[in-house]
Ligand binder design. Sequence first.
Ligand SMILES: [Zn+2]
Length: 310
Amino acid sequence: MSLLKFSARRVVSRLGGELKFPASKRLKICIGMARPSSNMADFREAFAKAKHVAIITGAGVSAESGVPTFRGAGGYWRKWQAQDLATPLAFAKNASRVWEFYHYRREVMLSKHPNPAHLAISECEARLGKQGRRVVVITQNIDELHRKAGTKNLLEIHGSLFKTRCTSCGNVAENYKSPICPALAGKGAPEPEIQDARIPIENLPRCEEKGCSGLLRPHVVWFGENLDPDLLEEVDRELALCDLCLVVGTSSVVYPAAMFAPQVSARGVPVAEFNMETTPATDRFRFHFQGPCGATLPVALARHETETVS
Ligand SMILES: [Zn+2]
């Protein structure tokens, strides 16, 4: 087995991925060898050299903190999933129900904490910052766990559960109130047998800007809505600068990693995927580390022996 591996590696290293093997067995070996490396020592070398690290994170990082996503099998709030309620149409039809859903999600976050992956990222940012190096986190998560962990340079491309936007004047504001308004106190229970008791629209969260009092909505990007173009420009700038990219807890085939990581990879910049499983995009990356990112990231981002300032 080791002989086979050795010869396959030599073939690949001499001729790259261009070789066409006639025998299916040998082809399998060749493809196997072309897969990304899971060699942590090699990743650590790339990490030690990097001056500008971009870390793209997704739902997998939050899942390890027990944050529900309301997507996929078993992910229901009452009889709905996120894609049924996180839409402009759902809000137009029944703002009360949508607010109950978001109120519940906000309240759930009171008992959730950053996990070792969030902490490894924020510690890495602080440490590298002292060395004149830069870390940016680009996240699709809306739960603010990166912020809670201490991450400063953060682009929340899907918005936040703890921001509101006025549907009249457009004002965006941080909001950590619990409950967000008196009428939502004790509401939002997720059990399927709960019947909607529609809260009058004037009692839902309202804008506090002078003379406005418009209906507030969660400042999150809903299904069918576009990302903030200014934020996207910032993401583009960061990705154009980075010399190492990590894709953490997101499948790399779905937006947004599907959009970002390949553009980095195309510049020849090393991209490392940290995920519970391989994805169809895995083969496009230099590194892949399988398993819970709470276990893999602290090792990957720990202080390297060449770092002189800690
Ligand atoms: Zn307003």
